[in-house]
Ligand binder design. Structure first.
Ligand code: DX5
Ligand code: ZN
Length: 216
């Protein structure tokens, strides 16, 4: 069964506690937290203090997506702030540092994930396959919510599933960007187990029904 991870990037930041509590009440599985530094992506969102502030507000795992340059500088602080899952981009640093990030996350008791931007091929994940607990495939260019889903990323999801089945079958796949009630089916068919949804979740008239529908 798929896991649904609403992204608080589309939440009402003036009422963040209410919106985070609602994610749990509406039956979702994880809270997705998009961290942007204005360098790796052309946008700035939220960071360590916000992760720390929402940690006590929900029992759900915090799925923290670092869209930041050289994340190795910060992984420790994000885990200490309460991130359960920490995702770093393979494009954000040298492979040696990315490998070190994954080791650091594990050593601190977190679950480690890598993310691939749309133009990054599945093969870029090869050095990390055995070290990750999850691989995230971006289905929009990272940086902004509310963009159009890129269905042409689905072959990459399928390819990664095959690659993982050979060396690390326990590793799960997440899709992030433009996921809604229409695009969720193809994601699941392609092998995605975790579906991130920002705008579609927050815009839904009935969010609990939306979560159910995505998970079906
Ligand atoms: C984009 C973020 C996504 C975003 C998804 O850079 O990583 O998590 O919040 O938002 P929607 O679902 O609106 O595409
Ligand atoms: Zn994200």
């Amino acid at each position: 069964m798929s896991k649904i991870a609403p992204s608080i990037l589309a939440a009402d930041f003036a009422n963040l506690e209410r919106d985070v509590r609602d994610i749990e009440k509406n039956g979702a599985d994880w809270v997705h937290v998009d961290v942007m530094d204005g360098l790796f992506v052309p946008n700035i969102s939220i960071g360590i203090p916000v992760v720390k502030a929402i940690r006590p507000v929900t029992g759900l795992p915090l799925d923290v997506h670092l869209m930041i340059d050289r994340p190795i500088r910060y992984v420790e602080r994000f885990i200490q702030a309460g991130a359960d899952w920490l995702t770093v981009h393979v494009e954000a640093d040298q492979p040696q540092n990315t490998l070190e990030c994954l080791d650091k996350i594990h050593a601190l008791g977190g679950r480690a994930a890598i993310s691939l931007k749309p133009r990054t091929p599945a093969e870029a994940a090869i050095p990390y396959l055995e070290k990750c607990d999850m691989i995230q495939v971006m289905t929009v260019e990272p940086g902004f919510g509310g963009q159009k889903f890129m269905a042409d990323m689905m072959p990459k999801v399928k390819k990664l599933r095959k690659m993982l089945d050979e060396v690390n079958p326990a590793c799960i796949l997440e899709v992030d960007g433009g996921v809604d009630a229409g695009t969720c089916a193809i994601c699941k068919e392609s092998g995605a187990e975790v579906l991130v949804a920002g705008s579609a979740y927050f815009k839904a008239a009935d969010r609990a029904a939306f979560v159910k529908k995505l998970r079906e």
